[in-house]
Design a protein around this ligand. Structure first.
Ligand SMILES: Cc1cc2nc3c(=O)[nH]c(=O)nc-3n(C[C@H](O)[C@H](O)[C@H](O)COP(=O)(O)OP(=O)(O)OC[C@H]3O[C@@H](n4cnc5c(N)ncnc54)[C@H](O)[C@@H]3O)c2cc1C
Length: 464
């Protein structure tokens, strides 16, 4: 690899956002390099774990039900963020999401009809044939056929930025320090969710008990370098997307298979065997993303989903077997919970369940009455052995702190001036659109929309 000549566009990161930018810039005739911190097998960060992308569409795509109008997408986005979004960038994301199915198809990405057990997303989300890895393989093949250079196992360790202008990136490549110069920069190196020390700044020691659902390589080093160089931050550093995942999952990279969808079918208790939140407040697709944070707020950051034989076949099977027992007391012992305390919690819950007609596909009328922590739907007595439990911990998907960008995906500096040659795309800037909350599939939308914008802008700058 010849590092002596500057590249037109230097892309940092190797996931969806990076590849969309690299392909766009290469198609515009630029000499492009992708600098991926992970080894080749692990290329593609959290994008490897994805299954789908949300997009507005007119309903003619054969792999989706629909249509899903721009206005509806925008409403959904405003609702989940509670208005905490840059309205201009939100509208841009939604408007340009309409181009994504066609653009991805041109790059060789294939889609499939939605599978069952996928949060009922057939109308709003397009599912990658072969999942995130299949999608990434197509993008890498396309990038390389366009002449994009790709460096693997090459973490970025420094950036030379002069008054908001990118000059070069310091990297570690094959054991040696190298400098890569470029006319324009696209930063697409994800959030800082794998950096436990950084998470501890906001969560304290509790962060030691967090599990990270995705790549261990998203440590936020590029984000930190950019913020230190005067790029304006965006997003609440304490905000992250966190779901409840099986506590037996690996510390990093457990992916989608460790998520548990059993919560709505039974009760959730903490390590004191106490319930702490309405398990039946809303349908699971609208609530699954709050349970990571709820578990993070419990003592020891652990909780247990408890169901009985009536429910074991109603949700996607977990990768780990449930803890099983013939009585609630035996279950408590197996979970190292106080049997008397769990027995009382289950008895109180059972006594509060009102008669109703159970239907887990709608907000049914099965609810409790008189409990301090109610269960509003799908409340059925826990009375049919065997009893089952899954231990749950917070599973962090990604963080929201990022770099501020404008509607060209150009980074904005703390003084308000717009950088001439620095662009950001994907998770590293998603906080511009997602002030809080999450809409399934929008991570990939933001990466692809702003990746393409960044590629266009970086190429235009490099060629002038
Ligand atoms: C289990 C799981 C399932 C998900 N499912 C979906 C889904 O179905 N749909 C959806 O829209 N979103 C989903 N998401 C979120 C989605 O993964 C992200 O929104 C998206 O992948 C972000 O793309 P990105 O390109 O910005 O970051 P990433 O894909 O994470 O890529 C970041 C890249 O930067 C590299 N990097 C980091 N630091 C450095 C450094 N110092 N030097 C060089 N390179 C570096 C990493 O190695 C990586 O290649 C899921 C996330 C997880 C964890």
């Amino acid at each position: 690899m010849d590092f002596s000549e500057p590249f037109d566009v230097v892309v940092l990161g190797g996931g969806n956002a990076a590849l969309c930018a690299a392909i766009t810039a290469a198609r515009a005739g630029c000499r492009v390099i992708v600098v991926e911190g992970a080894p080749e097998f692990y290329r593609g960060g959290n994008t490897r774990h994805t299954r789908n992308l949300r997009c507005a569409h007119d309903g003619t795509a054969p792999t989706m039900t629909g249509p899903y109008e721009e206005a509806e997408f925008l409403d959904d986005l405003y609702r989940v963020t509670g208005g905490q979004t840059d309205e201009r960038l939100a509208k841009l994301t939604v408007a340009r999401s309409k181009e994504l199915l066609g653009w991805m198809d041109e790059q060789g990405v294939r889609f499939q009809p939605p599978l069952g057990g996928t949060l009922s997303l057939g109308k709003t989300n397009a599912f990658f044939l072969g999942g995130g890895r299949g999608m990434l393989n197509s993008l890498y093949r396309q990038a390389q056929s366009l002449g994009v250079s790709v460096l693997y196992d090459t973490p970025v360790t420094g950036l030379t930025i002069d008054n908001g202008h990118f000059m070069s990136a310091a990297v570690k490549h094959q054991g040696a320090a190298k400098s890569i110069r470029g006319r324009a920069l696209v930063a697409a190196a994800g959030g800082f969710e794998s950096n436990i020390e950084w998470l501890k700044k906001y969560w304290g020691a509790a962060a030691d008990n967090f599990l990270i659902r995705g790549t261990p390589y998203n440590r936020g080093d590029v984000l930190r370098l950019l913020l230190d160089a005067g790029v304006a931050p965006v997003g609440d550093p304490t905000q992250c997307h966190a779901v409840a995942i099986d506590a037996r999952a690996p510390k990093f990279d457990g992916g989608i298979a460790t998520r548990l969808d059993s919560v709505v079918f039974g009760i959730m208790v903490n390590r004191d065997a106490q319930r702490f939140y309405d398990e039946g407040e809303e349908t699971w697709p609208k609530r699954y993303a709050i349970w990571g944070r709820l578990v993070a707020q419990q003592p020891g950051q652990i909780a247990y989903s408890i169901i009985d034989a009536k429910s074991i076949r109603l949700f996607m099977p977990s990768i780990f077997p449930a803890v099983e027992a013939q009585s609630v007391g035996e279950l408590a012992t197996k979970l190292s919970l106080d049997p008397a305390a769990l027995g009382k919690t289950v008895d109180d819950f059972n006594a509060a369940v009102r008669p109703g007609t159970f239907d887990h596909t709608v907000l049914d009328d099965c609810r409790t009455e008189g409990l301090k922590v109610p269960k509003s739907h799908w409340a059925r007595r826990l009375d049919t052995p065997p009893y089952y439990a899954y231990p749950l911990r917070p599973g962090i998907t990604f963080t929201y702190l990022g770099t501020r960008v404008n509607n060209e995906s150009r980074m904005v500096m703390t003084g308000g001036q717009v950088s001439g040659n620095m662009f950001a795309a994907g998770e590293i800037m998603a906080g511009n659109v997602l002030g809080k909350g999450y809409l399934a599939g929008i991570g990939m939308t933001i990466g692809a929309v702003f990746g393409r914008l960044a590629g266009e802008g970086a190429a235009a700058h490099a060629r002038n």
